[in-house]
Design a protein around this ligand. Structure first.
Ligand code: MN
Length: 228
């Protein structure tokens, strides 16, 4: 195949215990998946219908690279989240088969221009400028299911400059991983290479230039980096 311009690079993540990488197809995110975070955002806790949004695949930041402070915001926020990577996809995936789609697990930050998100909410506008900006998705190396299974309970936490900011157990998610995959597959045909950010617990707050962050899914994944 010849192309009229150079083919864009495939975004990818490192895989623990392997020199091969995980190619990223799409990034799906669920909002308001921990009750205390929904409450801190002034949103209702909705347990019947999940709320989804997306980020571009090339928003991933990997391998410990600095995260450039984004343009057009005065209020960059961290949201630490477990990240699920899919090896298989499909449409209308039954709940009981959903975990069979998972390649592995990691931890990431759903970086958010909170001021632009507040403005979008006030006007009923979409969230793309608040959520889908360049470098808005730092993600750790992935741990394959073969190594860690499917974690049902693990401590998810974030420190900034050595100070705790967020922590919760993933067991307290309103929609667990299998339910998220089943619900997403009603709306999109999921594909190998898709990533899912599974929502953030309470404690979201601002990041400043020069801040160092340490996000951890205990026993599974660690992400350390710096805001440039
Ligand atoms: Mn989030």
């Amino acid at each position: 195949m010849n192309y009229v311009i150079p083919v864009p690079a495939v975004p990818s993540l490192p895989v623990a215990g392997s020199s091969a990488r995980f190619p990223v197809h799409r990034i799906y995110c669920i909002g308001r998946n921990y009750a205390e975070h929904a409450q801190e955002m002034g949103a209702a806790v909705e347990r019947t219908q999940p709320m989804f949004f997306t980020k571009p695949a090339d928003a991933v930041v990997t391998d410990g690279a600095d995260v450039p402070y984004p343009s057009a915001t005065q209020d960059l926020h961290h949201e630490v989240e477990m990240v699920v990577a899919l090896a298989h996809g499909g449409r209308d995936i039954p709940l009981e088969q959903a975990l069979d789609c998972v390649f592995g697990y990691g931890v990431g930050l759903d970086l958010t221009r909170r001021d632009l998100q507040a403005a979008a909410k006030a006007k009923g506008h979409p969230w793309d400028v608040a959520k889908g900006f360049d470098h808005s998705a730092p993600v750790s190396a992935l741990q394959p299911v073969a190594a860690v299974g499917h974690p049902q309970s693990a401590r998810l936490s974030l420190e900034v400059n050595g100070t705790p900011r967020q922590q919760a157990d993933i067991a307290t998610m309103i929609f667990p991983v299998a339910a998220i995959i089943a619900e997403l597959s009603k709306l999109w045909a999921l594909q190998p290479g898709d990533l899912i950010f599974t929502g953030t617990p309470a404690g979201v707050a601002a990041l400043a230039r020069g801040d160092r962050f340490r996000a951890e899914l205990a026993g599974i994944a660690l992400l350390e980096g710096r805001i440039g």
